[in-house]
Design a protein. Structure first.
Length: 649
């Protein structure tokens, strides 16, 4: 399950992924389901994970970044949580990146590097999610995001400056490495190498359930695998809804309001006539008369106008008032008195003389007050609803800001109904009821609660496009922890039995591997094992074909290309499914001599690897110059807390 994570965080490139994420990471770090951790313990010593120069890498900084990393990986692996992420190796590389970032920032500043305000402004403005309805950067959207994520503008700018200094120091190093052709040749030849072998599979399920697990076995298994059963932090969310449906009695328009709206929109409901026109404006009347005569003789208006060096204009869906505004009242009278297809002119317009052809006439019947009433009611109700919601929103905002009103105070003042969720995970699930998950439109409420601390004032979160919102408060924080073994005995017993069957399958597979390595036939060994297993399959591919797979090569092929000829090895299948036996029968060595395309591609790839190695060594050297001291006890304590092995403070 954690193969994607391990593949990235243990690579040479993993250390520098943060440099490419820039503003997106800075804005997505904050909040999340570890808000209690991001505020530290109140003990400055235990809050510092490492000292870099004269600055500290703290628990809040690292937990924010861990949450951002987790949210990113959850898009690829939805079932991933913080416990699994840390257990899979996500903690240490994230801490290392935080240390490296801070060291590079201080080193860059010592060298006189400065990130200008204008450059940071540009980075913030270029973030797509901060665009308003017009597609441009919206200060309002930016401020809303800061409030939602509990960040300040200063924190964002400092984070961006640090990332940008790191990037400017590291990025020039990456493409700097050059690899000679004779160095690349053996690696290019490897790409052309072909291998043939066989694959067999011993399924775990073929071992059967075996005897029921005893209490001793269940308890021992539970203790050894406590992290697997640990439930991440949960939160009880208290909230009160303020929506349009609740305000219907206050927002229903009166007859007087509807009559006033009808009068104000009289032009909308009056019978109208709209026309499509083709118009040519001529500077003087004589030229306009000449143009009109040419059209009447049989030449189309468009052709005659262009022959005279003029460009006709197409005016669509204009009413008389609209046309008069851009020409003259007299011209409008003449044009709107003409029949469809008629030529009008020359008539004096605002900037000359117009010759006009009427192409289309569209009549629109007006509406009486009664006919317009449904439309007026909908419009007036929407306007009144937004106004009432706005007043309530502002009243709550003022009460919180000026009077420090609590959630219960707001309920009493606004006569709202309180609701509370069961303890939820940050993704909206209730571990005690796996069949239920928070609806998508409720997730902003959950996110607000996980971004808050117990001492924070109530927040207001928009919940629908009509302006409805929820007043949200953090009710209770349930620290990470595993339920008592007695409560989940059936699950633990099942897991123990699966592992027992997995170990039994491994013993059979190991025996097959040992005999295959002595020259016995893989197919014969599987047949003699007595296990109901799939038929042995042939393997036949080249290294180039394997590496070209955009989804990554299957693990059995990767293993086969790391083996010696006439050997067999064992590979565990994911999710305790069983054991794969891979046997390599033949290697056809490749030779890239004279294959210019393959050699050049290999040179490029090796150059990137060497460049990343240079970058890592440069980062290590910078840390040596700046000075890094790690607080081993605090690092271990935070990891244990993230794994749920100790209670959160």
């Amino acid at each position: 399950m954690l193969s994607v994570i391990r593949g990235i965080i243990h690579s040479k490139a993993g250390l520098f992924i943060a440099f490419a994420l820039l503003a997106v990471l800075v804005l997505s770090f904050a909040g999340g389901d570890l808000a209690n951790l991001t505020r530290g313990t109140g003990d400055a010593k235990s809050d510092t994970l490492a000292t870099v120069g004269k600055e500290a890498v703290t628990v809040p900084v690292v937990t924010k970044e861990l949450q951002g990393q987790l949210q990113s990986y959850q898009q690829q692996q939805p079932g991933l949580d913080m416990v699994k992420f840390v257990a899979g190796g996500g903690y240490e590389p994230t801490l290392d990146r935080s240390i490296a970032d801070l060291a590079l920032q201080q080193f860059g500043q010592k060298q006189g590097m400065v990130i200008s305000k204008k450059l940071i402004d540009g980075q913030i403005a270029s973030i797509p999610s901060l665009a308003g309805p017009d597609g441009r950067f919206s200060q309002a959207v930016y401020e809303q995001l800061l409030a939602r994520q509990q960040l300040t503008d200063r924190e964002v700018r400092e984070g961006l400056a640090q990332q940008m200094i790191s990037r400017q120091l590291i990025f020039p190093i990456l493409p700097a490495a050059q690899v000679a052709q004779n160095v690349a040749l053996p690696y290019a030849s490897l790409l052309l190498e072909k291998r043939q072998g066989e694959l067999g599979f011993i399924p775990t399920r073929a071992m059967g359930d075996g005897a029921p697990a005893t209490d001793v076995e269940v308890n021992a298994w539970y203790k050894r695998n406590i992290a697997h059963y640990t439930i991440p932090e949960r939160r009880v969310v208290r909230y009160a809804m303020v929506t349009a449906d609740q305000l219907k009695a206050q927002t229903a328009p009166t007859d007087a309001e509807l009559a006033a709206a009808y009068k104000a929109q009289a032009r909308t409901f009056t019978a109208t006539e709209k026309r499509d026109l083709v118009q040519v404006i001529v500077a003087d009347q004589a030229a306009a008369n000449a143009l009109l005569a040419k059209v009447k003789s049989g030449t189309s208006l468009d052709v005659a106008a262009r022959a005279a060096g003029l460009e006709p204009s197409n005016l669509t869906a204009l009413d008389k008032v609209g046309y008069a505004a851009q020409s003259s009242p007299a011209a409008a009278d003449a044009v709107f008195a003409a029949a469809k297809g008629a030529l009008v002119g020359p008539v004096r317009s605002a900037i000359g003389f117009a010759v006009v052809r009427v192409d289309k006439i569209e009549q629109s019947a007006g509406k009486t007050f009664e006919q317009a009433k449904p439309e007026l009611i909908a419009s007036a109700t929407k306007t009144k609803t937004l106004a009432v919601l706005g007043r309530i929103h502002d009243a709550i905002d003022d009460s919180v800001a000026n009077n420090r009103a609590t959630f219960d105070d707001i309920l009493s003042q606004q006569k709202l109904s309180a609701n509370a969720t069961p303890p939820l995970l940050s993704d909206g699930r209730d571990p005690n009821d796996p069949t239920k998950k928070a609806a998508a439109d409720f997730m902003p409420i959950v996110a607000a609660a996980f971004a808050a601390s117990p001492s924070d004032p109530p927040q207001m979160v928009q919940v629908d496009p009509t302006g409805g919102f929820a007043v949200v408060s953090l009710g209770r924080v349930v620290a990470p922890g595993a339920p008592p073994v007695a409560q989940i005995r059936a699950v633990v017993a099942r897991d123990f039995q699966i592992d027992r069957a997995r170990r039994a399958a491994r013993a059979i597979a190991n025996d097959i591997v040992a005999k295959a390595n002595k020259g016995q036939s893989l197919a014969a060994l599987f047949a003699a094992s007595g296990v109901k297993a799939p038929p042995v399959e042939p393997l036949n591919t080249s290294r180039a074909q394997m590496t070209a797979n955009p989804k990554g090569a299957p693990p059995p092929l990767v293993l086969m290309f790391s083996m010696a000829e006439n050997s067999a090895k064992l590979l565990e299948a994911p999710n305790n499914q069983g054991w794969i036996v891979v046997k390599l029968d033949k290697i056809d060595r490749g030779n890239a001599t004279g294959n210019t395309a393959v050699i050049r591609a290999t040179q490029d790839d090796l150059g990137k690897v060497v460049g990343r190695e240079y970058a890592e060594q440069f980062s290590n050297a910078v840390k040596g110059v700046i000075g890094v001291k790690r607080n081993a006890a605090a690092i271990a304590a935070l990891k244990a807390r993230l794994l749920g092995q100790t209670a959160a403070n």
